[in-house]
Design a protein. Structure first.
Length: 88
């Protein structure tokens, strides 16, 4: 294969390399159940860590109205908290 590539133009080689990459990504579009579960668990741990940090920074009492307004989505809570002073 290496000898074949020497005889081909760089553009042809790039096209072949690109085709291989696109096929691999197309084959992996859907994660397995285990991968999806791992990703969900990882995201849950991240959100819990962010919530614990935010409660330490703002206090649970101050954070609660934001959590209620955002349906418990910690990322939205922090965005809303940072956005709200700009209104004043």
């Amino acid at each position: 294969m290496a000898d074949e590539r020497k005889d081909q133009s760089a553009a042809e080689n790039a096209n072949k390399a690109g085709d291989g990459v696109s096929m691999l990504s197309a084959e992996r579009e859907e994660p397995t159940e285990a991968e999806a579960a791992d990703k969900e668990a990882s995201e849950g741990r991240r959100r819990k860590a962010v919530l614990m940090w935010a409660e330490g920074w703002l206090s649970a009492e101050r954070l609660t109205p934001y959590l209620e307004a955002c349906g418990g989505d910690v990322d939205k809570v922090l965005d809303l908290y940072h956005w709200s002073p700009s209104l004043g």
